[in-house]
Write a protein that binds this ligand. Sequence first.
Ligand code: MCF
Ligand code: ZN
Length: 328
Amino acid sequence: MKSLPKVELHTHLEGAAPPAFIRGLAQEKGMDISGVFAPDGGYAFKDFWHFLKVYEAATSTLTTPEDYHRLTLAVLEESAAHGVIYTESFMSPDFCGGRDLSAWREYLHAIQEAAAQAEAQMGIILRAVVTCVRHFGPEKARETALCAAETAGDFITGFGMGGDEQSGKQGDFAWAFDCAREAGLRLTTHAGEWGGPQSIRDALDDLRVERIGHGVRAIEDDALVDHLAEREIVLEVCPGSNIALGLYPDWQDHPIERLRERGVKVTISTDDPPFFHTTMTREYDRLADAFGWNEDSFRDFNIVAAHAAFCDTETRARVLKKLEQTDD
Ligand code: MCF
Ligand code: ZN
């Protein structure tokens, strides 16, 4: 499974940081973030809300564009090692320059430079989905959306929202999503993870997104499952993340197979791989064990993901061509 070409639509840039990388940065800067790590050296958190805090504490070590340059290279190198040929990453002006536009441009320049280097060396393509953080509130989301709108283009192709789904309503962020849409950005939001089916309905109705991050709790509402299938809404499913955070007890219990059977377009991603002790290879291996999926099944998921990718048609064609080459 490791060498199978893969398309990944849902990762968070800082959430993909290897723990050793973050520990190294903290040491270089004399920062004490020991609470972030478990005795085995991995990240330590006890539940979803604690995970959000640990994420932010780990991210506090990333303070310069140069740090993000190194981070982006490290992350893309790891993804490419697991066969990822195209990846979309959530990144945020909240963490890159505190929503100041000129600072954000500097971070972005560094990230984009690293992405170009990784593409030249390893063939992996990165696109960015600027992301507001829900529990930071709608006001900050507006500023984040303005940064996104100002920098929308070939690299920044999407806008989204992550964070605590139980904080406020999707609709509270409509201004930010409208602003991003007007700038030509394509839209996704985390929904139906720690919020139930209504959160997914709100995302579709109030934010008018075309993809949903997670979305797995649609399974609790038959009419919604049919609606997602009919409208061909793509779910960015991250099974290992859902299991690690305790949403489902085990791989067999995960609804991805039931959603697929009912015609919902599902894709497979890692979310924050080192936090959840996962990789794209591990996701595929566990799904193959749980549901008997084989390389052909995974290729179908990757083709769905390529069609749902927030990229231009030329990039999509390149990605699809690589996926098709797996026959020989
Ligand atoms: O998908 C997981 C779990 N659900 C919700 N949010 C997040 C996940 N991983 C990161 N996030 C959020 C978190 O609030 O996204 C932000 C983090 O601060 C980063 S976006 C560049
Ligand atoms: Zn996520």
